[in-house]
Write a protein that binds this ligand. Structure first.
Ligand code: ATP
Ligand code: MG
Ligand code: MG
Length: 348
């Protein structure tokens, strides 16, 4: 494999391109909007997902196609797939694009999720509330990220509406949120990074800490659950699995069929990080050494946080990543920092 096509030109595509270039692999980015990845990738196509000629030319210029964004329209994927293989596969995409199919799939393979009910239209909401109870969270089935498209429902009489087909999820009273970043190669080899402890602010990931400080039996269970998911999907690539820790065990919140923000710590904590692991898997190479060699705290730089860059540049033990985005709008991910906080190693 000499060339990989990446659907999506945001910071994840940018960091994938950088990892690929270290392995002598060139990336061609396809992005309908502005592409921060453009300064690192070999080639960039800026065209809508409806532009068949552009999609065709993109696919023909690469050996294999992957994505950093899971909401690529089905029609575009149908066309691309006739020209080059897409990894992770279409089933993984279909399952994770829709919260209803995602939760149904997870339950089918024996993993616990929050209790949920389909809310196809607003008229289905009362029955869903009766089934799931309150407090609950109403989430659009598709396209939501960073907590967008979600409404908390405490009082059934005051329930709002998201405006699109949704799922109603029972509110999970979790003690902690963790995630497993797991890679699976084409030959079925699986490697997981140490689970990270995640803290969100305003629905957006704020900080990931490794080691996560939870008992080894629990982190091992989390890894086994993630492995079950990637095996069931015959998955090739890196996946992020978000879990809630509750007194009655681990509950899967959602999965992302791509490299994940909560895996950015691997850039400073592992010899082979999540981006290289994904490139290796997609390119048909063996997975690398993802053992953790340091304790790391990853913090996102969101909106105005970018003003702290001068200070961060002079901080020791601090690895700074900036995405090259111009406009620091509130809630926009502008970069992240990985701080080395100690020297213990992986236990899993
Ligand atoms: P992402 O950017 O991670 O894709 P998202 O928009 O898909 O975010 P979720 O991960 O579903 O959103 O939810 C965002 C956060 O809201 C979770 O990390 C968790 O803190 C909280 N949350 C979501 N669902 C529940 C739930 N059922 N019970 C309690 N808290 C929840
Ligand atoms: Mg999500
Ligand atoms: Mg999430």
């Amino acid at each position: 494999i000499r060339t990989i096509g990446i659907l999506g030109g945001g910071q994840l595509g940018r960091m994938l391109s950088a990892a690929a270039s270290r392995l002598g692999i060139r990336c061609h980015i396809y992005e309908p909007g502005a592409a921060p990845a453009g300064d690192v990738a070999w080639q960039v196509t800026t065209a809508p997902y409806e532009d068949e000629a552009a999609l065709r030319a993109f696919a023909q210029s690469v050996d294999v196609i992957t994505y950093e964004f899971e909401n690529v329209p089905t029609s575009a994927l149908d066309l691309l797939e006739t020209i080059r293989p897409i990894h992770p596969n279409r089933r993984a995409l279909a399952v994770s694009q829709d919260r209803l199919s995602e939760k149904t799939f997870l339950n089918e393979i024996g993993l616990k999720t929050a209790p949920f009910a389909n809310v196809e239209a607003q008229g289905d909401l009362p029955a869903a509330i009766a089934a799931v109870g309150t407090p609950a969270i109403l989430k659009t089935r598709r396209m939501g990220y960073d907590g967008k498209g979600q409404l908390r429902i405490s009082d059934p009489a005051q329930a709002g509406w998201t405006g699109a087909p949704s799922v109603l999820e029972g509110f999970v009273d979790f003690s902690d949120e963790i995630s497993v970043i797991i890679a699976r190669a084409a030959d079925g080899q699986v490697a997981a990074f140490d689970p990270g402890l995640n803290v969100h602010r305003d629905g957006i990931l704020h900080r990931t800490t490794v080691p996560c400080g939870l008992p080894a039996a629990l982190t091992t269970d989390a890894i086994l659950m993630a492995a079950k998911i990637v095996n069931a999907l015959d998955y090739v690539g890196v996946m992020g699995v978000e879990l809630f820790v509750t007194p009655s065990g681990l509950i899967v919140n959602e999965v992302a069929p791509r490299v994940h923000n909560s895996g950015h710590w691997t850039q400073a904590g592992c010899v082979v990080d999540q981006f290289e692991q994904h490139i290796r898997a997609v390119a048909g190479l063996p997975l690398g050494d993802g053992k953790r060699h340091a304790d790391v705290v990853m913090e996102n730089l969101i909106g105005d946080d970018i003003d702290r860059v001068p200070q961060l540049l002079s901080e020791s033990g601090c690895q700074l990543h900036l995405y090259g985005k111009g406009d620091a709008k509130p809630g926009r991910k502008m970069g992240h920092v990985n701080r080395i906080t100690g020297q213990t190693r992986s236990v899993t």
